[in-house]
Design a protein around this ligand. Structure first.
Ligand code: GLU
Length: 472
């Protein structure tokens, strides 16, 4: 157990520290969500830090994708975004201090020499590592500095003992210092390296809890050693297992969208995605459906799941259906409208979109499905000729005429329309589907619609009259 862990009284400060090398993927979003919720739970601070030192792989588009994803999810940060590339002076300053304090040293080996020394150790059946040629020790005489050669800076890792931390997800983890090389913390051109920057940042940003993917477990003992060497308090670490696809393999494009921002495009609501990710690696009894307010209240580090979670599209769709039903209809209308316009919807003189979506939303899993279902109210009906022949029989024609006659005589409410339809059916000896089906075809162009009385009511008396009149 780390004895130098942050005291419980320290205000909670968490961070999300993505590398902007692609899009914000689901695993990253979950890390961000948990770090955010933990800070919110304690009224603490959530920091956003962009780890952009990999110049070849970092792009401004990827930074924007992260910011967009966080904004869509509503994971607001209190500090940052801090960019590591803007903190170079600070890293150089710490490196100078470490050289001064002898916790780091110059190493003049060329990459070829280091590779050769690794090869020798490998051949001798030992773990390949830097052999300490330039590591100062009391009484040791260092080689002469090769002329004109620029050194790297190496961290003076402890030679003996272990690094142990109590991982809040995985439990105690111990790594022997023998496993750890004297890490290069600055390259020959002076640029600092990854683990060093993370350690300095977590120190400067006073991070108390680091939640991140378990692909970083191997970095943690290195970062802990650096933090100790610079006299920084240690945060608590929690390494979240990765998210797998439904087949148990690493989540990839094969399983569907891995980029968070593909989900709004597919018609998912952020509250559904958040609810889903919250449960994907953490639990609160049997609770499956909850708001983010509730989540922030409940979220703790005790119930994080140590085993990898499997992504399940059906469950996400089920949650999305739930949150669509909860959502304000005017908001759904704003989300659905662009897709409907692209599909040729005409809103002028047509029923109110929010009301229509309210009628349809019970059974739809995505806003896109909802938008597509609503199209029947916003385009001219084009009933299939064969279906018309099948449903609009001679027996039905007089009933349609009787229906048309009564359109202007009733109050235009769902109830009154239902009662009037029943009257017409009784008068013509028909059953409901015999009139409802051709009416659906004539008014909407399709057979599948919500209840016919509700549909007719929404279209409005005049529009129904106009559409029916073509068939009289
Ligand atoms: N930049 C790292 C990543 O995107 C995360 C580092 C960390 O959380 O410590 O995987």
């Amino acid at each position: 157990m780390t004895t130098d862990a942050t005291p419980a009284a320290t205000p909670v400060r968490t961070r999300f520290a993505p590398s902007p090398t692609g899009f914000l993927h689901l695993g990253g979003a979950r890390t961000a969500l948990y770090s955010w919720a933990y800070a919110r739970h304690f009224g603490g601070t959530f920091v956003l830090r962009i780890e952009d030192t990999d110049l070849e792989r970092s792009t401004p588009e990827a930074v924007q994708a992260i910011l967009d994803g966080m904004q869509w999810l509503g994971l607001d940060h209190d500090e940052g975004p801090f960019y590591q590339m803007q903190r170079m002076d600070r890293y150089r300053e710490v490196i100078a201090q470490m050289l001064e304090a002898d916790t780091a040293y110059h190493c003049y080996c060329t990459p070829e020499e280091v590779e050769a020394m690794r090869e020798r150790l490998r051949a001798a059946g030992e773990k390949p590592r830097y052999d300490g040629t330039w590591r100062p020790e009391p009484g040791k005489v260092l080689p002469a500095v090769p002329e004109g050669r620029k050194p790297v800076v190496r961290f003076r890792n402890p030679l003996d003992g272990d690094v142990t931390w109590h991982d809040v997800v995985k439990g105690p983890i111990t790594i022997s210092n023998k496993e750890l090389d004297d890490l290069v913390i600055a390259r020959t051109d002076g640029t600092p390296t990854y683990n060093f920057c993370v350690a300095v940042d977590d120190w400067d940003m006073r991070i108390t809890h680091v939640l991140r993917g378990d692909d970083h477990v191997n970095n943690t003992p290195r970062q802990i050693n650096i933090l100790r060497a610079i006299g920084a308090p240690l945060p608590q670490y929690g390494h979240l297992p990765m998210i797998l696809g439904s087949d148990g393999q690493k989540l990839s494009k094969r399983h569907g969208a891995v980029s968070v921002m593909e989900y709004p495009a597919q018609g998912f609501l952020p509250e559904a995605m958040l609810n889903y990710l919250a449960r994907l690696g953490w639990s609160h009894g049997d609770d499956e459906v909850f708001s983010m307010e509730q989540f922030c209240e409940w979220f703790n580090l005790e119930h994080l799941t140590a085993s990898p979670a499997q992504f399940n599209n059906e469950k996400l769709a089920w949650l999305n259906n739930h949150w669509i039903k909860q959502a304000d209809n005017a908001r759904l209308a704003e989300l659905a409208r662009p897709r409907m316009l692209a599909a040729g919807a005409v809103f002028d003189g047509a029923p109110d979109l929010a009301t229509v979506l309210g009628l349809l939303k019970e059974r739809t899993n995505t806003v896109n499905e909802l938008a597509d279902a609503a199209m029947l109210f916003y385009r001219a009906p084009q009933p299939d000729a064969a279906l018309m022949t099948q449903h609009f029989t001679d027996a039905v024609k007089p009933a349609l005429a009787a229906f048309a006659e009564r359109i202007n005589k009733i109050e235009w409410t769902k109830e009154a329309i239902a009662a009037m339809l029943k009257e017409v059916l009784a008068a013509h000896g028909l059953k409901m589907p015999q009139l409802a089906m051709p009416l659906r075809l004539i008014v909407t162009g399709q057979l599948q619609t919500p209840a016919i009385d509700a549909v007719l009511q929404l279209f409005g008396r005049d529009e129904v009259m106009a559409r029916v009149a073509r068939y009289l």
